[in-house]
Design a protein around this ligand. Sequence first.
Ligand SMILES: [Ca+2]
Length: 216
Amino acid sequence: MRSKRMWTTMATMVTVAALCGVAAAGNRRKAYSNGVEDADATSWWFAGNAGVDRGVGLSHTGANNVWARGTSGWNAVNIEMPTLPGASCTATIWVRRSATLSNGVVSVHGFGAGLPLVTQQNLDQGPSMPPDRYDQYSLSFTATALSQLLLVGFWGNGQDAWVQVDDMRIECNQECSARTCADFEAECGTRDDGCGNMLQCGHCDNGESCHANMCF
Ligand SMILES: [Ca+2]
């Protein structure tokens, strides 16, 4: 009887350990974000008449912002931001516009052939929005590629119209599989578990040192 109870206890412990192992390695949500707090020339490209304002007091935050201005044609500011396919993402962006602007959009595109549209939102139109105020636009989408194109643009309507744009950000949640030190065969040091949490994988014996999670 004692032996049977001992085996039952051991089996329970093994089962619990296995369940804990499953829980530890299960899917979680990994959050990450890519932000452009302050515009610079290297991270943007432009269509029509557009560019960067540097230190001229027109930004939402920081020193700089980007702008597009025109009476005709397509005028836009564009930026590529990294994502992961399948991730649930929200793009936020701050835009100030002239009351004369129409046919303006904020949109997200797959960064690939043809720049396929993922989602878009019309910019507010008409004089109801004070032209001296930045407003935040927010677009939720599922990432379709390793990066997305985010743009703010408008078609000229014969009047002098403009947008100023600042503080673009994409925040995503990605399914991830959390690993353990044992999964990596890590003997020492620290290691990312695959979901952005640092694992503490222990110390080496005296006289040994830790390199790449191995004791030497
Ligand atoms: Ca800025």
